[in-house]
Design a protein around this ligand. Sequence first.
Ligand SMILES: *Cc1c(COP(=O)(O)O)cnc(C)c1O
Length: 388
Amino acid sequence: MTKRIYLDYAATAPTDPEVLKAMEPYFSERFGNPSSIHAFGQEAKKGMEDARVQLADFLGARPEEIIFTSGGTESNNHAVIGTAYAQKDKGNHIITSRIEHHAVSEPLKFLAKQGFEVTEIAVDKEGLVDPADVKKAITSKTILISIMHANNEIGTIQPVAEIGSIARQKGVYFHTDAVQTVGHIPVNVDELKADMLSLSAHKFYGPKGVGALYIRKGTRVENFLRGGDQEKGRRASTQNTPGIVGLGAAIELCRRKMAEEAAFQSGLRDRLIAGLQAKISDIRLNGHPLKRLPNNVNFSIRYIEGESMLLNLDMLGIAVSTGSACTSTSLEPSHVLLAIGLPHDIAHGSLRFTMGRWTTEDDINAVLEHLPPVVEKLRAMSPLYDKK
Ligand SMILES: *Cc1c(COP(=O)(O)O)cnc(C)c1O
């Protein structure tokens, strides 16, 4: 196979050529520091502020409610640690789910070592959080609820608006990690009732290393990086103007293309799901069948290892994932697959396919052609399959 096929868009996406074009002048003639008063500074600042308006429009937010960050991880750290510290006087209890990205669960572990109490809400076998469980977990000490919008491994979309309503009724801040949804499905901070929302440009065809945190006006959040007064003092350091302009251009492209892309990708998704189910025995679709990202397919294929399938597909020029890229170097099965109730051996045999702007029908056909013989070959060598 000569053409390489990329089906790992949930890990990262290429920067759209139009985005790259929009960024280029901010590396060269418009290189100024956006904090400078002179003309060089002012034209850099204009690019940055235009991007802030583009992003705010997309989210239904006000530009002054957007802070630019270095990506999804920083946004999540800022939201979670920042609200915990700012509300120490009010309480020490935080509610989250068992299937959060490590960029939320690790900052929470950091807080737990400092006396904060963290309740992890279980999910059902399709990966859904029940809002009633969130409601029951709230105490007089609860200061934050952080539940992701859609899961990066299994694609399940959470009932975030309902959770946000509960949080608001109880006067508790609500943060959502929307890194997998922004640019792919509609995300409106008022509809979701989010007080804070994280996003990352490289997941929607912008550059890596730049993201944003939406903070609703009036929300108490400790500043994250201390230094100069960039981003109204909430996040010091000279802004990444080329990256921010790229984020703005990327969200603008998504605004125009999103509905059509989601419809096309969900068609590919459903064809891939049906095709693999027809061609391979003993497989299980992970995640919710309907409340699901338009570009996500995740299967457990019994009796064999996800890594072996991944490497075999890679040799054929097809790039997929066995879980989230962050866990692909560890031997522990994904915490998400364990949380939906899969036993270790089945969780180990999982593959994730995530599609994007440049995925074609032919790419899906190639998977349907090449994966079944790979599975057959690996099962023929598998002692587990023998005993079946
Ligand atoms: C990718 C991802 C992150 C991390 O974003 P970075 O910009 O890579 O730091 C956080 N949460 C989710 C759900 C993600 O998919």
